[in-house]
Design a protein around this ligand. Structure first.
Ligand SMILES: O=C(CO)[C@@H](O)[C@H](O)COP(=O)(O)O
Length: 218
Protein backbone atom coordinates (compact mmCIF):
# COMPACT_ATOMS: atom_id res chain seq x y z
CA UNK A 1 0.00 0.00 0.00
CA UNK A 2 1.43 3.37 -0.85
CA UNK A 3 0.42 6.91 -0.02
CA UNK A 4 1.08 9.70 -2.53
CA UNK A 5 0.09 13.14 -1.19
CA UNK A 6 -1.02 15.46 -3.98
CA UNK A 7 0.82 18.78 -3.89
CA UNK A 8 -2.18 20.40 -5.58
CA UNK A 9 -3.36 21.08 -2.03
CA UNK A 10 0.06 22.34 -0.87
CA UNK A 11 1.21 25.96 -0.50
CA UNK A 12 2.53 26.77 -3.98
CA UNK A 13 4.70 29.56 -2.57
CA UNK A 14 6.61 27.08 -0.39
CA UNK A 15 6.82 23.91 -2.42
CA UNK A 16 10.22 22.77 -1.16
CA UNK A 17 9.13 23.01 2.47
CA UNK A 18 5.83 21.35 1.59
CA UNK A 19 7.70 18.45 0.01
CA UNK A 20 9.77 18.12 3.15
CA UNK A 21 6.61 17.95 5.25
CA UNK A 22 5.59 14.78 3.35
CA UNK A 23 9.00 13.07 3.45
CA UNK A 24 7.46 9.96 5.04
CA UNK A 25 5.21 9.39 2.02
CA UNK A 26 6.00 6.85 -0.69
CA UNK A 27 5.96 9.54 -3.42
CA UNK A 28 4.70 13.04 -4.08
CA UNK A 29 1.86 13.26 -6.60
CA UNK A 30 2.37 16.22 -8.94
CA UNK A 31 -0.70 17.38 -10.87
CA UNK A 32 0.16 19.05 -14.18
CA UNK A 33 -2.93 20.78 -15.64
CA UNK A 34 -3.07 22.79 -18.86
CA UNK A 35 -6.49 24.48 -18.75
CA UNK A 36 -7.44 22.53 -21.91
CA UNK A 37 -7.75 18.89 -20.92
CA UNK A 38 -9.08 20.09 -17.55
CA UNK A 39 -10.50 23.51 -16.60
CA UNK A 40 -7.57 24.43 -14.34
CA UNK A 41 -3.94 25.45 -14.71
CA UNK A 42 -1.17 24.43 -12.33
CA UNK A 43 2.48 23.97 -13.19
CA UNK A 44 4.67 22.67 -16.00
CA UNK A 45 8.11 21.40 -16.94
CA UNK A 46 10.36 24.05 -15.31
CA UNK A 47 8.69 23.70 -11.93
CA UNK A 48 8.60 19.90 -12.10
CA UNK A 49 12.30 20.02 -12.94
CA UNK A 50 13.05 22.00 -9.76
CA UNK A 51 10.80 19.75 -7.68
CA UNK A 52 12.71 16.74 -9.01
CA UNK A 53 16.00 18.41 -8.07
CA UNK A 54 14.98 19.12 -4.47
CA UNK A 55 12.63 16.24 -3.63
CA UNK A 56 13.87 13.52 -1.28
CA UNK A 57 11.01 11.24 -2.27
CA UNK A 58 10.05 10.00 -5.75
CA UNK A 59 7.78 12.13 -7.92
CA UNK A 60 4.62 10.65 -9.42
CA UNK A 61 3.68 13.07 -12.20
CA UNK A 62 0.04 13.06 -13.35
CA UNK A 63 -0.37 14.83 -16.68
CA UNK A 64 -3.88 16.23 -17.12
CA UNK A 65 -3.00 17.80 -20.43
CA UNK A 66 -3.78 17.67 -24.13
CA UNK A 67 -1.15 16.24 -26.44
CA UNK A 68 0.63 13.91 -24.01
CA UNK A 69 2.25 12.33 -27.08
CA UNK A 70 4.40 15.47 -27.29
CA UNK A 71 4.94 16.13 -23.57
CA UNK A 72 5.34 12.70 -21.93
CA UNK A 73 8.99 12.12 -22.97
CA UNK A 74 9.98 15.58 -21.71
CA UNK A 75 8.67 14.83 -18.21
CA UNK A 76 10.25 11.36 -18.18
CA UNK A 77 13.61 12.86 -19.14
CA UNK A 78 13.58 14.92 -15.93
CA UNK A 79 14.18 11.64 -14.07
CA UNK A 80 10.85 11.48 -12.25
CA UNK A 81 9.79 8.09 -10.93
CA UNK A 82 6.56 7.72 -12.91
CA UNK A 83 4.56 9.60 -15.51
CA UNK A 84 0.80 9.13 -15.83
CA UNK A 85 -1.01 10.29 -18.95
CA UNK A 86 -4.71 10.18 -19.75
CA UNK A 87 -5.99 7.52 -22.11
CA UNK A 88 -8.62 10.01 -23.32
CA UNK A 89 -5.94 12.47 -24.50
CA UNK A 90 -3.34 10.15 -26.04
CA UNK A 91 -3.14 9.50 -29.77
CA UNK A 92 -0.85 6.48 -29.42
CA UNK A 93 -0.95 5.24 -25.81
CA UNK A 94 0.98 2.06 -26.53
CA UNK A 95 3.89 4.01 -28.04
CA UNK A 96 3.82 6.37 -25.05
CA UNK A 97 4.08 3.55 -22.50
CA UNK A 98 7.05 2.12 -24.42
CA UNK A 99 8.72 5.53 -24.64
CA UNK A 100 8.33 6.02 -20.90
CA UNK A 101 9.85 2.66 -20.07
CA UNK A 102 12.71 3.14 -22.52
CA UNK A 103 13.59 6.43 -20.81
CA UNK A 104 13.52 4.68 -17.43
CA UNK A 105 10.29 6.04 -15.95
CA UNK A 106 7.39 3.92 -14.80
CA UNK A 107 4.52 4.11 -17.27
CA UNK A 108 1.04 4.82 -15.99
CA UNK A 109 -2.33 5.45 -17.61
CA UNK A 110 -5.24 7.33 -16.05
CA UNK A 111 -8.91 7.01 -16.90
CA UNK A 112 -11.57 9.60 -16.05
CA UNK A 113 -14.76 8.57 -14.21
CA UNK A 114 -16.70 8.27 -17.50
CA UNK A 115 -14.11 6.06 -19.25
CA UNK A 116 -14.75 2.34 -18.88
CA UNK A 117 -12.03 0.00 -17.61
CA UNK A 118 -12.56 -2.10 -20.75
CA UNK A 119 -11.01 0.73 -22.81
CA UNK A 120 -7.63 0.22 -21.08
CA UNK A 121 -7.45 -3.54 -20.43
CA UNK A 122 -5.37 -4.37 -23.50
CA UNK A 123 -2.69 -1.96 -22.31
CA UNK A 124 -2.40 -3.40 -18.79
CA UNK A 125 0.61 -5.59 -19.64
CA UNK A 126 2.39 -2.47 -20.92
CA UNK A 127 2.08 -0.33 -17.79
CA UNK A 128 3.37 -0.17 -14.23
CA UNK A 129 0.32 1.57 -12.77
CA UNK A 130 -3.33 2.17 -13.65
CA UNK A 131 -4.95 5.30 -12.21
CA UNK A 132 -8.71 5.14 -11.80
CA UNK A 133 -9.86 8.72 -11.21
CA UNK A 134 -12.48 8.85 -8.47
CA UNK A 135 -13.41 12.49 -9.20
CA UNK A 136 -13.53 14.50 -12.42
CA UNK A 137 -9.93 15.68 -12.78
CA UNK A 138 -9.20 19.38 -12.30
CA UNK A 139 -9.60 20.32 -8.65
CA UNK A 140 -8.68 19.12 -5.19
CA UNK A 141 -11.16 18.82 -2.34
CA UNK A 142 -13.99 17.15 -4.28
CA UNK A 143 -16.15 14.32 -3.01
CA UNK A 144 -15.40 10.85 -4.35
CA UNK A 145 -17.90 9.77 -7.04
CA UNK A 146 -19.38 6.55 -5.69
CA UNK A 147 -20.08 5.17 -9.19
CA UNK A 148 -16.31 4.83 -9.67
CA UNK A 149 -16.05 2.20 -6.92
CA UNK A 150 -17.20 -0.58 -9.25
CA UNK A 151 -14.38 0.37 -11.62
CA UNK A 152 -11.81 -0.30 -8.90
CA UNK A 153 -13.22 -3.79 -8.41
CA UNK A 154 -13.26 -4.39 -12.16
CA UNK A 155 -9.73 -3.04 -12.65
CA UNK A 156 -8.37 -5.23 -9.84
CA UNK A 157 -10.06 -8.27 -11.33
CA UNK A 158 -8.62 -7.56 -14.81
CA UNK A 159 -5.13 -7.11 -13.31
CA UNK A 160 -5.43 -10.33 -11.32
CA UNK A 161 -6.84 -12.29 -14.29
CA UNK A 162 -3.72 -11.42 -16.29
CA UNK A 163 -1.36 -12.29 -13.43
CA UNK A 164 0.05 -8.77 -13.44
CA UNK A 165 1.61 -6.96 -10.49
CA UNK A 166 0.88 -3.38 -11.56
CA UNK A 167 -0.24 -0.79 -9.01
CA UNK A 168 -3.86 0.32 -8.93
CA UNK A 169 -3.98 3.98 -7.96
CA UNK A 170 -7.06 5.97 -6.95
CA UNK A 171 -7.16 9.77 -6.96
CA UNK A 172 -9.83 12.17 -5.78
CA UNK A 173 -11.81 12.42 -2.58
CA UNK A 174 -9.65 9.88 -0.70
CA UNK A 175 -10.13 10.38 3.05
CA UNK A 176 -9.56 8.67 6.37
CA UNK A 177 -13.21 7.55 6.19
CA UNK A 178 -13.07 5.79 2.82
CA UNK A 179 -9.47 4.63 2.33
CA UNK A 180 -10.04 1.30 4.03
CA UNK A 181 -12.99 0.54 1.73
CA UNK A 182 -10.95 1.60 -1.32
CA UNK A 183 -8.19 -0.79 -0.27
CA UNK A 184 -10.69 -3.57 0.27
CA UNK A 185 -12.09 -3.03 -3.23
CA UNK A 186 -8.64 -3.45 -4.75
CA UNK A 187 -6.75 -0.15 -4.74
CA UNK A 188 -3.19 -0.22 -3.43
CA UNK A 189 -1.87 3.26 -4.19
CA UNK A 190 -3.69 6.27 -2.78
CA UNK A 191 -3.41 9.88 -3.85
CA UNK A 192 -4.55 12.24 -1.11
CA UNK A 193 -4.48 16.02 -1.37
CA UNK A 194 -6.69 17.64 1.22
CA UNK A 195 -6.58 14.57 3.50
CA UNK A 196 -2.87 15.33 4.00
CA UNK A 197 -2.22 19.02 3.30
CA UNK A 198 -5.25 20.41 5.12
CA UNK A 199 -3.67 19.23 8.38
CA UNK A 200 -0.80 20.75 10.31
CA UNK A 201 0.88 17.40 10.99
CA UNK A 202 1.30 15.78 7.58
CA UNK A 203 3.42 12.87 8.86
CA UNK A 204 0.60 11.92 11.20
CA UNK A 205 -1.94 12.04 8.36
CA UNK A 206 0.27 9.91 6.15
CA UNK A 207 0.73 7.30 8.86
CA UNK A 208 -3.02 7.28 9.64
CA UNK A 209 -3.89 6.79 5.95
CA UNK A 210 -1.23 4.09 5.59
CA UNK A 211 -2.50 2.25 8.64
CA UNK A 212 -6.15 2.47 7.56
CA UNK A 213 -5.31 1.14 4.09
CA UNK A 214 -2.83 -1.40 5.38
CA UNK A 215 -4.31 -4.76 6.18
CA UNK A 216 -5.54 -5.80 2.73
CA UNK A 217 -3.64 -7.94 0.28
CA UNK A 218 -4.54 -8.23 -3.39
O1 LIG B 1 -5.82 15.04 -9.77
C1 LIG B 1 -6.42 15.53 -8.86
C2 LIG B 1 -7.56 16.42 -9.14
O2 LIG B 1 -7.74 16.47 -10.50
C3 LIG B 1 -6.05 15.15 -7.51
O3 LIG B 1 -4.73 14.70 -7.39
C4 LIG B 1 -6.42 16.06 -6.38
O4 LIG B 1 -5.35 16.84 -5.98
C5 LIG B 1 -6.86 15.22 -5.22
O5 LIG B 1 -7.24 16.07 -4.20
P1 LIG B 1 -8.16 15.55 -3.00
O6 LIG B 1 -9.45 15.12 -3.63
O7 LIG B 1 -7.43 14.41 -2.36
O8 LIG B 1 -8.29 16.75 -2.12
Amino acid sequence: MSIHPSILSADFANLQAELESIASADAAHVDVMDNHFVPNLTLGLPIVQRLQEVSKIPLDVHLMIDDPDHWVPKYAELGVDSVTFHLEAAKDPLALTRTLRSIGAQAAIAIKPGTPVTDVVELLPEIDMLLVMTVEPGFGGQKLISETLAKIVQARSEIRKRGLTIALQVDGGVTESNISELAELGADCFVAGSAVFNFENRALQISKLRELSGSHSH
